[in-house]
Design a protein around this ligand. Structure first.
Ligand code: ADP
Ligand code: 5GP
Length: 212
């Protein structure tokens, strides 16, 4: 299933931002809001943590990414992701609509720039839940961004969570586990590392980082 971005203009502005973040790839330009990058290996619990935090704090603004991956059961276009074709995604790259993008486990993922720019210009905090390559791009362009890494209690527990989630086929799980090794090795690049062992403790740590 795919969707066009332009037909869903109420959910996602299709034109690149004018001014603000659109021009601030220059790292000397500081924006009034705050960018927060949340990274960690697939299956570590990023979505779970953010979902629980958002239930408590509905005003938290989470960027909605575009991806060429197929929707999982229950995923909603415009809510979990903007599900697009590879051609549509490549057009977004060409027209400069993405703040960052990367290929992960055989699919493209990227952050639409315009909605983020609007929130930052309003002085709001924006959370980007993205993988390592994208996190590095954001860190290079916006050194003031807060970078949080979510780590699993162990590699074995990470594998158990990915498998038990039951959302990916064997090949996708293998690709995700391979990528997880590189992501775990990069944890020290981040400002804050939260180990998602006890869920409530991890939520409390994230809440403190984002809301205190
Ligand atoms: P991600 O968004 O990082 O890919 P998910 O949020 O989908 O990960 O979580 C992967 C699986 O791990 C889900 O089945 C989720 O219920 C489970 N999970 C998340 N956090 C914990 C935790 N602290 N303890 C045990 N299981 C967890
Ligand atoms: P999933 O397919 O499990 O939803 O996501 C796979 C990986 O892509 C996760 O690590 C997730 O954080 C990352 N991801 C999601 N959206 C984006 C994005 O816009 N940009 C980048 N670089 N990674 C993303």
């Amino acid at each position: 299933m795919t969707h066009t971005l332009v037909s869903d203009s109420s959910a996602l502005p299709s034109s690149p931002a004018q001014g603000g973040l659109a021009d601030s790839a220059d790292p000397t330009v500081t924006a009034p809001g705050r960018l927060v990058v949340l990274t960690g290996p697939s299956g570590v619990g990023k979505g779970t943590l953010l979902g629980r935090l958002r239930a408590r704090h509905p005003d938290l603004y989470l960027s909605t990414s575009a991806t060429t991956r197929q929707p999982r059961a229950g995923e909603v276009h415009g809510q979990h992701y903007y599900f697009v074709t590879r051609d549509e995604f490549e057009a977004m790259i060409q027209t400069g609509e993405l703040l960052e993008w990367a290929e992960f486990a055989g699919n493209y993922y990227g952050t639409p720039k315009h909605p983020v720019a609007v929130q930052i210009e309003r002085g709001n905090q924006v959370i980007l839940e993205i993988e390592l390559e994208g996190a590095r791009q954001v860190a290079a362009s916006f050194p003031e961004a807060l970078k949080i890494f979510i780590a699993p209690p162990s590699a074995a527990e990470l594998e158990r969570r990915i498998r038990d989630r039951g959302q990916d086929d064997a090949a996708a799980i293998a690709r995700r586990l391979e990528r997880a090794r590189a992501e775990l090795a990069a944890a020290d690049e981040f400002d804050l590392k939260i180990i998602n062992d006890d869920l409530e403790a991890a939520i409390a740590a994230l809440e403190a980082a984002l809301l205190d």
